[in-house]
Design a protein around this ligand. Structure first.
Ligand code: ZN
Length: 204
């Protein structure tokens, strides 16, 4: 990482992406955008910023991965099965598709989660190949964004920290559910918040 420890402000500077970084799109699926089963109201405002990050990582040849909720029709997290959520992100449904205004790059890796009918997976790491993929790519730092619910984002950040990854939450491309206060409740070690201006990224 290009980190200068002798920053005169005394604060650790925000890490800048490099070849050991990956962009992680957390569940950028229709059901988490307005009109979807679990849509967050501010979702549509995030799209152009998400595209800016995708473009920046893509141009530099840094890896981009997306998790997706990918549930069987009778998944245990659905209210009909006694779970907490309305039916969402059913495999092959429109709600499970990535938002069509997002410009996904060729070669983007897609990681499915929540595929087991009896188990929910709020974290993108749970029961998925995400940790292995990142290890194969020798990624040390993930830049994370997405419209997903607070649970999914928080648990993904927690799991990443447990694996020893440095996490930068891209706050201008992330649902309001993941607030600074919330982050304070989870391990603060290795977690940063940044926006496009911190990373010198221009709009897509
Ligand atoms: Zn789900």
């Amino acid at each position: 990482m290009k980190l200068s420890k002798d920053d005169s402000s005394g604060q650790t500077p925000i890490p800048q992406p490099d070849r050991q970084s990956a962009l992680l799109l957390v569940d950028p699926q229709n059901d988490f955008f307005p009109g979807g089963a679990l849509g967050i109201p501010e979702g549509n405002n995030l799209i152009s910023t998400i595209n800016s990050y995708i473009q920046h990582f893509s141009r530099n040849g840094w890896p981009i991965l997306a998790t997706r909720d990918w549930h069987p029709p009778n998944h245990c997290s659905f209210t009909e099965q006694g779970g907490p959520y309305p039916t969402h992100c059913v495999q092959g449904s429109r709600g499970a598709q990535f938002h069509s205004d997002l410009v996904m790059p060729p070669g983007m890796m897609v990681i499915s989660k929540g595929t087991d009918v009896k188990k929910d997976a709020r974290s993108g790491f749970e029961g998925s190949s995400l940790a292995d993929r990142l290890e194969d790519l020798e990624v040390k730092t993930i830049f994370l964004l997405g419209p997903a619910t607070q649970d999914c984002l928080t648990q993904t950040v927690q799991a990443a920290c447990k694996l020893g990854l440095q996490v930068i939450i891209l706050k201008d491309a992330t649902g309001k559910g993941l607030t600074v206060d919330h982050i304070k409740e989870i391990s603060q070690a290795g977690i940063f918040q940044a926006s496009t201006s911190d990373l010198a990224i221009s709009p897509a």
